[in-house]
Design a protein around this ligand. Structure first.
Ligand code: FAD
Length: 292
């Protein structure tokens, strides 16, 4: 690995000063489970590695009436075990529980998962169906970007080099919402997804779908939403014909490649099958809340 300097700023202001000065030459370090590997492989060669401070706004999980705020340094293990997350946005706890091993989840953060911008990042489809936004802060100011507008390509995002991701903001899904997440991988643990699919479905008191979200990972250059499949669900109840159409629309939204984990054709087939599975699961969960 090449030589680099390391610093641990006290808080946000000091960190922003450093990034304003160094720009591209500095890299933020959260859990290091991606950064250190990228540096070992020579893919990233920062002059300066800057530890994200263990201070607000980078830490903490808090709820308001309508939103949950998650500090970007929150680990997968914290997401997986947080009462608040499990209670209000359980799909995120489920997705976080599928990342790596326990050791990795104790280090890996939500901010790191988002900023690495892997098409296969496991929390990303869950955050996309939750309509999450990210807050980016620099010395020049701050902006809040919907996650669906954040990713540009594998490893590429709209974040500027002088900006830090401080928080993830997640709207709390309304009553009668159901969710489902599925990660398909060769091994149960410690494996990157071949395909991961998330869905969030909201119904009215008659079981008619009022809103539906579907997100797909590992089947396009970025994690994506399957907007046409979502639209097809709205105003309907679930049946096999509708699910078949929805699975096909999700398939059309995907654009997978062949790699060592699976062929493009296999991924397309699994997008069809898993979309049907997660949409049905989310719908049944939402409907169960009418009856309870
Ligand atoms: C053995 C192993 C197994 C893994 N398994 C999975 C898996 O199953 N699923 C999965 O999704 N991922 C997996 N990963 C990848 C990795 O663990 C996750 O992407 C993790 O969430 C990265 O978080 P981190 O805190 O370690 O990020 P870091 O490595 O610290 O940072 C990652 C990138 O984000 C930038 N960054 C971090 N925080 C900020 C911030 N606040 N503001 C701006 N930039 C920031 C860094 O500069 C770096 O470029 C695995 C990794 C390993 C080593």
């Amino acid at each position: 690995m090449h030589w680099f300097d390391y610093c641990a700023p006290e808080g946000l202001e000091e960190a922003l000063d450093i990034f304003a000065e160094y720009g591209e030459r500095a890299k933020a370090l959260a859990g290091g489970t991606d950064l250190i590997i990228f540096m070992e492989k020579g893919r990233l060669k920062p002059d300066l590695v800057v530890e994200i401070p263990f201070r607000p706004p980078f830490v903490g999980v808090e709820a308001t009436d309508s939103h949950i705020r998650i500090g970007s340094r929150t680990t997968m293990r914290e997401l997986e075990t947080s009462f608040l997350i499990r209670e209000r946005i359980p799909i995120l706890a489920e997705a976080a529980s599928k990342v790596g091993s326990l050791q990795i989840r104790n280090l890996a953060t939500i901010g790191g998962n988002i900023c690495t911008a892997s098409p296969a990042g496991d929390t990303l489809p869950a955050l996309l169906v939750l309509d999450a936004s990210v807050r980016l802060v620099s010395k020049g100011g701050e902006r809040t970007i919907p996650l669906r507008e954040f990713f540009l390509g594998p490893g590429e995002t709209v974040r500027r080099a002088d900006e830090l991701l401080t928080e993830v903001i997640v709207p709390i899904p309304p009553y009668r919402s159901g969710w489902s997440f599925y990660k398909l991988s060769v091994r149960r643990y410690m494996d990157i997804a071949i395909v991961n699919v998330a869905s969030l479905v909201q119904v009215n008191e008659d079981g008619v779908i009022t809103d539906a979200k579907i997100a797909l990972g590992s089947v396009a250059p970025t994690p994506i939403r399957a907007y046409e499949a979502e639209e097809r669900l709205r105003g309907n109840t679930i049946n096999d014909i509708l699910l078949d159409e929805v699975g096909k629309l999700a398939q059309e939204a995907s654009n997978p490649i062949t790699d060592q984990r699976g062929t493009a054709e296999y991924r397309r087939i699994m997008v069809y099958r898993l979309t049907k599975r997660v949409v049905r699961g989310a719908y049944e969960q939402a409907v169960a809340q009418i009856q309870s």
